[in-house]
Ligand binder design. Structure first.
Ligand SMILES: Nc1ncnc2c1ncn2[C@@H]1O[C@H](COP(=O)(O)OP(=O)(O)OP(=O)(O)O)[C@@H](O)[C@H]1O
Length: 605
């Protein structure tokens, strides 16, 4: 569970400079009090009342140095000089010690923490992304980091220095007339404590609101991702209505439970503050009339106590803003506290050619069992040997566990029982990044990044030579369409560029995989969504790879897997049949049945 300590730790790298800048800002706030004090003393000089002892001593010293006589004029010039130093001389210094650091620190922290957030995003286990959509994650992270950034200057630059000012005020009033100081301090603490108490309740409501907002954002992101489905089913109105309900719910919480709470807080706060100011005025006046304090002290006490009470509102405003941001800041830390996945790679960069791992592609699955939910096994007792450079096809009904098997091979998940050996070594004992860089996969939906075709091609191996790119593109039949594009390999694709057809994306995916020269290449239903002609092109590309490395082909269309050395039929998470095409047809089992269904064109598997 995240707590306020995590919010403080967010800035731990900068604590030295942070303490210094807070101390400087506090000093400036306290120095501000010199002005009303000096004005009070000017009043004393003008009304011929005595100056305070420390001031008299100062003036006597100035007189000794300058040899000027001690009189009203010297006293007034000294007091004016003090006011000049704490206002005019201070003015150009304050922004550099205050504003500069109060922003420099959070902006640096933002850069550093955003990098850590990215690291977390890159190392979280895949199932986290199955449960949380991109909108939810992006919203949570962005709100969390932004709120930390905005909160720092308010707390370090305002809240703490202003509290220090209140302390300074208490000390000055205490020196003038301690009973008034005690009354002032008690009233201040009572008002402030009650304000914070109220804010605690409001923070809880803000937490609820934060969850509501996250849910709304998450759905909006889903609508954007699935916009084609929304349009195809003409569910725009339903989506709008659903989001409208969510927005209304948020509005109810913000307006009637949160905002109203803040207004109530401000109402009683103001009333009590004004009553206190009035009380201090009365007490100070009585003390002055009695002759207990001078006219100058009357003015000073009144001015600075009003200054202190005037700080209650800005102080609770900062506390209020902090309260509003608190929940989302905690949620960032909750996100950061998620454990890295067992599949997290090291995040250290290493060019592909420097990878010390090279495999022959000999794979062995021994008694492998796995389930996303340990109580529900998806794969059970899988025993399989794949020899180097063999082509193995995984076939079976939808949901039989084919893709899951590949996920285990890539170490996205770990088997609950059994082991997977690559060239005789348990893959769990290998460095995950280096191991994965020796594998490649072509998915049904090839991800395209915003950038040129070339950038997409060399994604896994940026140091590859252009000749190697061209030869991979020749095998994957990418050349055929690249030459027709306006700028060839430099054509921008993805978010803002030319759109590629399904077949073209597939071919690009194959070339991208070949460019890393993997020891094991997996095709995960690479041709499932293609038309016959595109499928044929991809099949030809795949055929030219047979025998060059270990190939694992997951396919629904059995025409794709005919030439495989081994066909593995999965059924309900178990291996039901193994053999080549002819052997399996001869066996007359599941494969035979699937084949017959496809041949007669009635059904896909
Ligand atoms: N991330 C996940 N979390 C929980 N269950 C999952 C997850 N991914 C897959 N499953 C479940 O595991 C089972 C096997 O899925 P898998 O994707 O391996 O099957 P498949 O044979 O590749 O199917 P298809 O041919 O339809 O792609 C299915 O019942 C599926 O619902």
């Amino acid at each position: 569970m995240a707590s306020y300590k995590d919010i403080v730790r967010y800035y731990r790298q900068y604590w030295g400079i942070s303490l210094l800048s807070i101390a400087a800002a506090s000093l400036f706030e306290v120095i501000d009090l010199v002005v009303p004090y000096a004005i009070g003393q000017i009043l004393n000089v003008l009304s011929r009342q005595p100056l305070d002892a420390p001031l008299q001593a100062l003036i006597a010293q100035i007189s000794a140095i300058t040899r000027l006589p001690i009189n009203r004029s010297l006293s007034l010039w000294t007091l004016l000089g003090i006011i000049f130093v704490v206002t005019v001389v201070r003015a150009p210094i304050q922004p550099w010690i205050g504003s500069w650091f109060h922003w420099a620190i959070p902006l640096r922290a933002k850069r550093d923490r955003t990098r850590q957030v990215l690291k977390k995003i890159l190392t979280l286990p895949l199932d986290f992304y199955d449960e949380n959509n991109p909108g939810r994650i992006a919203g949570r992270v962005a709100r969390g980091v932004t709120n930390h950034t905005w909160t720092y200057p308010e707390i370090a630059g305002q809240f703490i220095p202003k509290l220090m000012r209140v302390l300074g005020i208490f000390i000055i009033i205490g020196l003038i007339e301690w009973p008034i100081a005690i009354i002032f301090l008690i009233s201040f603490i009572v008002i402030f404590t009650f304000s914070l108490w109220d804010l605690r309740l409001l923070i809880k409501r803000e937490e609820v609101l934060d969850r509501y907002i996250e849910n709304t954002e998450s759905r909006t992101s889903e609508i954007i991702t699935n916009i084609k489905t929304v349009k195809a089913f003409a569910t725009e109105a339903a989506e709008l209505e659903r989001q409208q309900q969510r927005l209304d719910r948020e509005m109810q919480v913000v307006l009637f439970r949160i905002h109203k709470g803040y207004v109530k807080l401000a109402t009683w706060q103001r009333t009590i503050v004004q009553a206190c100011v009035f009380g201090v005025l009365t007490l100070t006046l009585i003390a002055t009339v009695r002759g207990d304090i001078s006219l100058g002290h009357f003015v000073t006490t009144l001015t600075i106590s009003s200054m202190a009470y005037a700080e209650i509102e800005p102080l609770s405003m900062v506390a209020e803003i902090f309260a509003r941001r608190y929940a989302s800041m905690l949620r960032l830390h909750e996100f950061m506290q998620q454990s890295d996945g067992a599949d997290a790679s090291s995040l250290s960069q290493e060019p592909v050619h420097q990878n010390p791992y090279r495999f022959s592609g000999h794979l062995e699955l021994q008694q492998v069992s796995f389930g996303y939910d340990p109580k529900q096994p998806i794969l059970q007792d899988i025993n399989l040997t794949i020899k180097p450079r063999q082509t193995v096809a995984l076939v079976g009904r939808s949901g039989s566990g084919k893709s899951t098997l590949v996920k285990l091979l890539f170490r996205y998940f770990e088997p609950h029982a059994g082991q997977i050996l690559m060239d005789g070594q348990d893959i769990r004992s290998l460095d995950v990044s280096r191991y994965r860089r020796r594998l490649a996969i072509v998915h049904q939906d090839v991800d395209i990044f915003n950038g040129t075709i070339l950038e997409n091609l060399i994604y896994g191996n940026p140091t590859v030579s252009f000749e190697q790119v061209q030869s991979a593109c020749a095998i994957a039949k990418v050349e055929e369409f690249v030459h027709q594009l306006p700028q060839g390999y430099a054509t921008v694709v993805g978010e803002r560029g030319v759109r590629l057809s399904g077949g073209q994306r597939q071919r690009l995916g194959i070339a991208r995989a070949l460019i890393v020269n993997p020891d094991v290449l997996v095709f995960d239903e690479a041709t499932s969504s293609l038309d016959y002609e595109s499928e044929r092109t991809i099949q030809l590309a795949m055929r030219s790879l047979l025998g060059t490395r270990t190939l694992i082909i997951i396919a629904h269309r059995l025409s794709t897997v005919r030439e495989a050395d081994q066909i593995v039929v999965l059924d309900q998470g178990r291996i039901a049949e193994v053999g080549n095409h002819d052997q399996l047809l001869h066996q007359g089992g599941i494969y035979h049945r699937l084949h017959t269904l496809q041949e007669t064109g009635e059904l896909r598997v």
